[in-house]
Design a protein around this ligand. Structure first.
Ligand code: ATP
Ligand code: MG
Length: 355
């Protein structure tokens, strides 16, 4: 089996690693430069696009914000790319929010901010407690603006091609990661708790202590979205837990940073699950081994990553550290979830002190 991944970042690298354990050849194609790499190799190889597409049993993507170039246009139109429709829709927050409403998946109340009067209306409706989000291209908090009584009105550059959401006073952020195959079968991991700083994910814990009804609600919401888009592969749904209910924040049509703990914490990690779903391999519900945490390395040097990962599992992406750049993560486990939280939080604090 050959899987062609659009994207050449760490998610594609970890897909290639998982593929090597399932006998699946993963090719990684950078949609910006057009560079191709086989498996986990860092060497760029020559290729003919038509031959590459003919060889691929299935196409998938590791990023939703794809450039609009001729390579991507050709890839999006290729047969055997079951997520193409979902990618097109989810890349734009406006149809994404419309889909959540249509499917009656509870989500943060929102308005399309396409004019100054729409902005005025939002300020009135949400009493200034709102988050302005660019419809396209945002990630890791870039392209979002939090407004409150101190910053009551965003500048005019935020009018048009943005949406405005009510600012949700959540207790915690959770995410659900699951997969759907071509037969429509779905499996899910337990809800994961995520801690963000400045819009960037820093820490995840799983499984979260939630009621069976909450887990079921999250699974039903994600199942509805995957089914409506006839999606195949792993998808993640980020949520706000308000204490009373789960509100959907955003959908990621790919393997997700909040699912990295599954590499150590389950028998089928999200990368293997994605490949299983895509290639039609059996897709049993993954077994969870116990409490796990994942700490992101943001701008950390390799030396510090080595030092702070002793006794845990380090994943280093081979990237040059820069402030704000994800360069790796550390998976940690402890049967005592309280102790795990303490240790992971202490590790995060130690890493933050280095920034
Ligand atoms: P990602 O890197 O996950 O794609 P993003 O930058 O695209 O993130 P969001 O996930 O929508 O954008 O927002 C980033 C973070 O900002 C959220 O994880 C949350 O902490 C905060 N946030 C976003 N929307 C809201 C909201 N409506 N109310 C309160 N906080 C919010
Ligand atoms: Mg997000």
């Amino acid at each position: 089996m050959h899987v062609l991944v659009i994207g050449a970042g760490q998610l594609s690298l970890m897909l290639a690693e998982a593929g090597s354990r399932l006998g699946i050849q993963v090719d990684r194609l950078d949609p910006f430069s057009g560079d191709l790499r086989h498996g986990t190799s860092l060497d760029v190889v020559n290729y003919d696009l038509d031959t590459l597409l003919a060889r691929a049993d299935i196409l998938t993507a590791e990023i939703e914000h794809l450039p609009d170039n001729t390579l991507v246009q050709k890839l999006m139109a290729a047969p055997r790319f079951p997520a193409a429709r979902a990618l097109r829709l989810i890349a734009d927050r406006l149809p994404q929010k419309q889909l959540l409403d249509e499917l009656e998946v509870p989500n943060a109340p929102w308005l399309n901010c396409d004019s100054a009067s729409a902005l005025d209306q939002s300020i009135e409706r949400f009493h200034g407690e709102m988050v302005v989000k660019r419809r396209r291209g945002g990630y890791d908090g870039r392209g979002t603006l939090l407004c409150d009584s101190d910053t009551p009105r965003p500048g005019d550059e935020w009018i048009g091609d943005t949406i405005i959401e009510q600012r949700i006073p959540f207790q915690r952020e959770l995410s659900i990661v699951g997969a759907r195959n071509a037969k429509g079968e779905c499996v899910f991991y337990p809800l994961t708790e995520n801690l963000h700083r400045n819009g960037i994910l820093r820490l995840s814990f799983a499984p979260v202590d939630v009621s069976a009804a909450t887990q079921r609600h999250a699974e039903d919401s994600l199942r509805k979205i995957m089914t409506a888009l006839d999606y195949v592969g792993v998808m993640a749904l980020e949520c706000f837990d308000t204490g009373d209910q789960l509100l959907a924040n955003e959908v990621a049509p790919r393997v997700h940073n909040s699912g990295h703990w599954t590499q150590a914490g389950t028998d089928i990690c999200q990368f293997a699950l994605h490949l299983r779903a895509l290639t039609g391999l059996p897709m049993p519900a993954p077994t969870v081994f116990g409490p796990h945490a994942m700490v992101n390395l943001i701008g950390t040097s390799f030396a510090d990553a080595l030092k702070h990962s002793a006794g845990h599992r380090l994943h280093w992406y081979g990237k040059e550290p820069r402030p704000g750049r994800k360069v790796g993560h550390i998976n940690m486990e402890n049967a005592d979830s309280g102790k795990l939280k303490q240790d992971a939080t202490a590790l995060l604090d130690a890493l933050l002190a280095l920034e």
